[in-house]
Design a protein around this ligand. Sequence first.
Ligand code: ADP
Ligand code: MG
Length: 149
Amino acid sequence: MNETVRTYSPSETEEVGFRVATKLKEKQIRAHIRLYGEMGVGKTAFVRGFCRAFGISGVKSPTYTMVNEYRGECRVYHFDMVRISSEEDLYSIGFDDYTADESAYLLFEWTENIDEYLSEGGIFVTISRTSENEGARDIEIRLGDGYTV
Ligand SMILES: Nc1ncnc2c1ncn2[C@@H]1O[C@H](COP(=O)(O)OP(=O)(O)O)[C@@H](O)[C@H]1O
Ligand SMILES: [Mg+2]
């Protein structure tokens, strides 16, 4: 799954999220998903597609709540870490309880804000704009150590 794909619309980005989720599901791998990329690049779109693979709809940005909890074929916790800057902040949203749930998938937007508090590994998804056109995005998917998908 180490690859970079270019998408041209939100639905194509959702499709990439869907494919990643499907692979993890098939291989029965639980891994946290670390999303990187600037505001408006498509992180939430990716999560929307990921969730669809588990029968979850209604995915919205957890900007104000900081975490959205979804329940489909399994539980998915969707974080927006944009306003998190300390271990105390993380503690206040109950982060330990979420990471302790080994049956769930955890997806993080603004992962860079919590990199130092996350266990190593996971799946690194970096989305960037491209010069090709306004709606083009490069999505790099890189597996952390210990994963082969
Ligand atoms: N190829 C693309 N993939 C994802 N989103 C795109 C793409 N092209 C344009 N967009 C637009 O970019 C925005 C992405 O929003 P969102 O997923 O909420 O970003 P983020 O969560 O990174 O802030 C949406 O307005 C969407 O319509
Ligand atoms: Mg978002």
